[in-house]
Design a protein around this ligand. Structure first.
Ligand SMILES: NC(=O)c1ccc[n+]([C@@H]2O[C@H](COP(=O)([O-])OP(=O)(O)OC[C@H]3O[C@@H](n4cnc5c(N)ncnc54)[C@H](OP(=O)(O)O)[C@@H]3O)[C@@H](O)[C@H]2O)c1
Length: 319
């Protein structure tokens, strides 16, 4: 209720809090973060604010020149920012493998992984690996990336005794999925495809991924937390596949939606705030823990998705 009224929740923050406000006074120097989808919208603002707090930021972008532009803007504002751009296409398993190999070979620590990149409401398309594009980009690509970076994150957490944090940018749209939740048997079927449901399915997968990974890491007693979030409705490029709606968001959105400074707040809160130390497997909205619908807390579904995703990345890794 406090959220609907725009009031501050138990964390002390609200829907109008910005990423700078929720991280004010926090020193992130000595930390390294990877942010996916860093070339625009929430991801670009997340990089800026993490850099402002002293974090070494690796921007994972599929368009290197767009990434370089965002980096230049950040460096102009924060001349001593530590920001690197690396190419990463989350719809391509080979690109993800190259990114991870490249990153892992640099022997950098990895404290924070922000799985932010996403597409929404795209017409039916298969990725280069033959996977439906929302599922491939929003869920499976991040599932593989996390898998390939996890050993390094565990090592960093152990060596530094600093808690690692994995943050998965989901959406409230997880509520609007296919009636079976995840269409395991028909994940790549054009028949019955609805872009809105495909997006919702991928965002449900984000939450289930966070829950199952959090559970496994707790079980292993690893000092890494995993949380998912809904950033709010924000004026960004996310509606690019929906020409009319995209125009509507661009013109009227500023009156009713969050701006990117507010849209990046929950992500930055989860990345840096001491209030969430030790908190894992939760869903956050406006920098506050929020309950999710029962299909997003279904442990059997989360495990089934885990095994299914593992199967898909293994097939590709061995072929
Ligand atoms: N905006 C909202 O109202 C809203 C609401 C709920 C959830 N979200 C979530 O917030 C996240 C960020 O979205 P946004 O609103 O900031 O939208 P955005 O401005 O469109 O940013 C999306 C980012 O993801 C990148 N991306 C897309 N496909 C990619 C791929 N295959 N490989 C690598 N990067 C890729 C885009 O790169 P390019 O520029 O190269 O395409 C862009 O940097 C998404 O996960 C979205 O689902 C947004």
């Amino acid at each position: 209720m406090w959220r609907l009224l725009g009031r501050r929740g138990p964390s002390g923050y609200s829907s109008s809090s910005t990423a700078e406000e929720v991280t004010e006074g926090i020193d992130g120097s000595g930390l390294t973060a990877i942010v996916t989808g860093a070339s625009s919208g929430i991801g670009a603002e997340t990089c800026r604010v993490l850099a402002l707090r002293g974090v070494h930021v690796i921007m994972g972008v599929r368009n290197a020149s767009a990434g370089a532009c965002v980096k230049a803007v950040i460096i102009k504002e924060i001349p001593n920012a530590k920001v690197d751009v690396m190419v990463l296409d989350l719809s391509s398993m080979s690109s993800i493998r190259n990114f991870a190999e490249n990153f892992n070979s640099q022997n950098l620590p990895l404290n924070i992984l922000i799985n932010n990149a996403g597409i929404a409401f795209a017409p039916f398309t298969l990725s280069e690996d033959g996977i439906e594009l929302h599922f491939a980009t929003n869920h499976l690509g991040h599932f593989l990336l996390t898998h390939l970076l996890l050993e390094g994150m565990k090592r960093t957490a152990q060596e530094t005794n600093i808690e690692g944090r994995i943050i998965i940018v989901s959406s409230d749209s997880y509520k609007l999925t296919y009636h079976e939740g995840i269409r395991f048997d028909r994940i790549n079927d054009e028949l019955g495809y609805k872009s809105i449901l495909a997006y919702g399915q991928s965002k449900l997968a984000n939450i289930l991924h966070a829950q199952e990974l959090s559970k496994q890491l707790k079980h292993e007693d690893v000092k890494i937390t995993v949380n998912a979030l809904h950033p709010g409705g924000i004026v960004t490029n996310i509606m690019r596949y929906q020409g009319f709606l995209d125009g509507l968001v661009a013109t009227l959105g500023k009156y009713v939606l969050k701006n990117v400074q507010q849209g990046a707040a929950t992500t930055c809160y989860l990345a840096l705030h001491p209030q969430v130390r030790g908190v894992s497997g939760k869903f956050f909205v406006d920098s506050n823990i929020t309950e999710v619908k029962s299909h997003a807390t279904d442990e059997d579904l989360a495990k089934k998705l885990w095994d299914f995703s593992m199967g898909l990345i293994k097939v590709q890794m061995t072929s």
